[in-house]
Design a protein. Sequence first.
Length: 202
Amino acid sequence: MVSVEDLRKLWTRLRLLAGRYRVVAAEESGGVVELTLEGFLGELRTGVRHLEPFGLAVQAAAIPADSECLGIAELADRGNLVAIGVQDRTTRPVLAAGDVALYNATRVFLRFVDVNDEVGLTAASVDVAADAGNVEISATDTVAILSEDVVALASGNVTVIATGTVAITGATVTINGVNFSTHTHTIPAGTDAAGGVSGVPA
């Protein structure tokens, strides 16, 4: 027969199974992240392994101090604590209804937008690199590259293939250092206006 004392001990162990903790510090250790956590009434736990979901890795220095997590005590032994669900309220981006985001402490985030099946990337700079093979952008509608400064294409060869019109619009269009918008030609000999200067491109 189960006594009241047995039930009390069971209840105590159940209460020890999980708790909310504050991240005091984080460090890399043998391919995993270990946390120093502060729990109820200032209880400190060191060397607590952060269990990451497969395919998602976070370097220890990227975890802000004062983040929160859930600590799980294996076999209700708080000496064998693991951490899951680390989050930082101060850096979490504000999202619209239905959106999902991956983000870091500097507020760089990849946002999956629920409206129109969009994906958005917000960062100070973006680097897309392919160690081997191609980088391909495909769309059934418009592909737009927008910049307030310079858009630079650096390549051995650049090929533009269009089945329709190629339109280049700009205040100044320069080709090999020549201003295409204001460029003129000397009219060759053998014509009525030989030696004259042509007009600028219309």
